[in-house]
Design a protein around this ligand. Sequence first.
Ligand SMILES: C[S@@+](CC[C@H](N)C(=O)[O-])C[C@H]1O[C@@H](n2cnc3c(N)ncnc32)[C@H](O)[C@@H]1O
Length: 306
Amino acid sequence: MTEQPYTHVPVLADEVVGLLATEKKGTYVDATLGMGGHTARLLDALPAEADVLGIDWDPEMAGVAADKLKRFGSRVRIVQGNFANIDEITAREGIRSLSGALFDLGISSLHFDKPSRGFSLKHDGPLDMRINPDNPLTAYTIINQWPYEQIEHLIRVCGERRSGRIAKAVLEARRAKPLETTAELAALISRVAPARGAWSGAAQFGGQKIHPATKTFLALRVAVNYEFDNLTRGIQKVMPLLKPGARLGIITFHSLEDRIVKETFRLMAKMGGWELVTRKPVAPGEAEVAANKRSRSAKLRVIEKL
Ligand SMILES: C[S@@+](CC[C@H](N)C(=O)[O-])C[C@H]1O[C@@H](n2cnc3c(N)ncnc32)[C@H](O)[C@@H]1O
């Protein structure tokens, strides 16, 4: 049964519609359908001749979106799958070209708010963090089975300056007993790398200072879901599908994935056949950030096929 209390406010929705909905008919792809917020906004803005193929890797999310987008009938098709395989997914759906594509990266509010998914620092849950629960790798496996060097490297590349201290503490703790929950891991990190100095002046996290385990949790999620690899493959696979004049928009939420998008888009423009629509990323205004804290780190970059 799908649980309904979860909501997700689509970020930069006006900007997405304004920059991506360039053709009045044809098929658009929402590669990260989530609860369908952006898809609904696109379909509302476009005439009945336009439709959307919505993809989400999480089977639970695909179910929630189906419910939320019922009113659009056959204008929306929903497929559960990894956007890294967007070429195979579109081929199976009989779609040969696209009028536009959106990737709104990361996870949805449902993932953060549902303790059993194990993504959240705010709620205790199992060390899971899989977007697609059929995947074999979990945060539990990384934390309890990976060697010191791999854990240290993973969290360091995701920006954690105290990676050595944290990895050492994880190895010591798991010698006594496996670390089972997000609360256990968060408490361990708070103990060995408390929020002093390194986090001074840090961004807000749910009204408080950023939690000292934030970067470790992000690193685990990125690794569990092969997020950088999926992003690179997703961009490569969607490029040949876009029609001339069609646009690809990508919303990122942290600097590592934004760097991948920025560098890939620059390279595409340099190679020829593509033009940057946004030279600088589009960020939410003050009003959006005030209304939806999750939007504060969002950046939208758009490129057009010539
Ligand atoms: C930020 S949310 C999207 C929210 C959506 N735009 C909305 O308005 O509701 C990102 C979504 O992408 C999905 N996702 C993450 N990685 C994916 C992948 N590799 N392939 C397909 N979906 C993915 C997540 O399950 C999540 O639902």
